[in-house]
Design a protein around this ligand. Sequence first.
Ligand code: HEC
Length: 233
Amino acid sequence: MKRILTNLRISNMRMRNLSILVSGFAAAAMLSSCGAGGDNQGLEYAPNMYHSVAYEPYTQIVDEDAGRWLTSIEYPDGHAEFYNSNNLNPFHMNMREIPANTVARNKNGWLPYRFGKDSLAFAAAVKSPLDSTAQIIAEGKVLFDAYCEHCHGPKGAGDGKVGAGIDNPDAPGQKKGNYNGVPDYKSAALKDITEGHIFHVITYGKNLMWPHGSQISPEDRWKIAKYVKTLQK
Ligand code: HEC
C-alpha cells in the first residue's frame, strides 16, 4: 500500500514537471514573437499566409532567401518563397515613380484640354478628334437633349422651356423665371462658329451660360458640338 502511494506521488510530480515545462515553452514562444519592431514582424505562425507571392507595391521583400526553409515551389529564377520584389526596376521597386512632368491621359489616350477660359480665339481653331458619323451625331443628340435642350430648345433656336420661363400667376400675360438671352444657333453671329468654339463654350460657359466641363466628358462635349453644327444647317 505504502509503495503504491509513493509511486502515485512520484507520477503526480512528473505530471506537474511536464506541465511546467510545456507552459514554459509556450511562454517562451509567445515572448519571442513579441520582439516585433521596425521591419521585424516577430515570430510568425504560418508565414505564407502573410507574405504574398505576387508582386506587391508596398510589402517588398528583397531578401532572395526569405522563406527558403518552407519553399515547396521551384521558382525559375531561384529565389525563395517570400521574395516578391522586381529585379527590373531600380532598387527592386515593385511600383515605379512616375517620371517628372508626366501628363495623365484619359482612357482613350487623350491629353487634357489645356486652353484657359480666355483662349476662345485659339480654341476655335481646334479640330474635332471625332468623325462625323451618323452614330456620333445620334449620340450627340441624346446628350444635347439632356444637357442643353431645356435652354437652347430642341432645334437650338433659343426657345427652350428655361429660356421662355413660365406664366406668372400673379401678373397675367407675363412670364417669370425666364432665362434671358439664350441665342439662336442659326443667328448671323453664331452660324459659322466651329466645333472647337462650341467645345470651349460647353467647357467654360460664356456670360450667362454656366460651364459644363465638370459634368460632361471631353468625348461627350465633342459629340454635342457635332450635333450643334447639324442644328445650324
Ligand atoms: C441655363 C441655360 C443654358 C444651358 C443649360 C446651356 N446654355 Fe448655351 N447659352 C446660354 C446662354 C444664356 C447663352 C448666351 C451667352 C452669352 O451671353 O453670350 C448661351 C450661349 C451658347 C453658345 C454661343 C456661344 C457664343 O460664342 O456666343 C453656344 C454654342 C452654346 N450656348 C451651346 C450650349 C450647349 C452645347 C449646351 C449644352 C451642353 C448649352 N449651351 C447649355 C444658356 C444655356
